[in-house]
Design a protein. Structure first.
Length: 279
């Protein structure tokens, strides 16, 4: 394990977790990065659901160029668990760890997602000369991790995708790569979420970053778990249009009928929506 913690790292990865079973895959995807530089991983414990010993054992697996720091306050900072900050996902931990990162660049990884092996190297190239950058993502099935399709309509950047008109675009939490010195004012947005249910930190961060110089690796280097059941019919239409067999991932009686699909297709025609063309 890297012992020189004082020397700044090339990149820092913030992970907020309850130590559920998928955490191992997420953390090991950082260890597996094809990257010659040094990586700091800051693991914030929201509350313990999994075993402390398992998390500590995983931390000991870190290769020599990766240092893992575990922050366990002994309590949750999230209102959902009795804390004071509204964020449903970790309270103030993303904010705290963003400032604690000993790196010019910070990124994020939820404990149920994972990175492609070239994620960090490609993102460092993308952020060069910019204040922040974002990657694209793959959708994978929440329960199995099976690949569904590329996301070419949701988390596709400022002013793009299905949320372009209503929200100015969208970037998923796990896809951000931020220059901590140029953008230090955005980090409180992770804790002070203003959407119902303590969600929306990613939208608030994007709102503060949108007009600043940004880059993208243009690649789907983040694997994002999602459930199709209970999604809005239009979003199901997008999965269906991408070739996903909905019947394999949700109850058949919950799949919209052909009349709904025709409405969705007509909406796309009238709005001129086109999926984002990428790699």
């Amino acid at each position: 394990m890297t012992t020189d913690l004082q020397a700044p790292f090339d990149a820092a990865v913030v992970m907020v977790t309850v130590a559920r079973g998928t955490f191992a895959q997420a953390l090991r995807s950082v260890y597996a990065q094809q990257f010659d530089g040094r990586i700091q991983v800051l693991v914030g414990i929201d509350k313990w659901i999994g075993e402390r010993a398992h998390v500590e054992a995983l931390a000991r697996e870190s290769p020599s160029h990766v240092a893992v720091t575990i922050l366990d306050l002994g309590y949750s900072t999230s209102q959902r668990n009795g804390g004071i900050y509204p964020s449903h996902y970790g309270g103030a931990l993303k904010t705290i760890l963003s400032y604690a990162a000993n790196s010019r660049y910070v990124t994020y990884l939820d404990d149920d997602n994972w990175y492609a092996q070239n994620h960090i190297a490609s993102m460092l190239a993308a952020v060069r000369g910019k204040e922040w950058a974002f990657s694209l993502r793959h959708f994978v099935a929440a329960s199995t991790g099976a690949l569904l399709c590329r996301d070419t309509w949701e988390s596709v950047g400022p002013g793009r995708g299905v949320y372009a008109q209503a929200q100015g675009g969208f970037v998923d939490t796990n896809c951000f790569f931020i220059d901590t010195l140029a953008c230090s004012d955005v980090f409180p947005e992770w804790a002070m979420t203003r959407y119902a249910g303590g969600t929306g930190g990613d939208r608030q961060v994007l709102a503060k970053l949108r007009d600043r110089p940004f880059g993208t690796n243009g690649a789907h280097t983040l694997f994002y778990r999602t459930r199709l059941a209970r999604k809005h019919p239009y979003l199901l239409w997008r999965f269906k249009s991408a070739g996903v067999d909905l019947a394999q991932h949700m109850p058949r009686d919950a799949i919209p009928d052909d009349a709904v699909w025709r409405q969705c297709a007509e909406h796309d025609r009238q709005s001129g929506f086109a999926e984002v063309a990428t790699e």
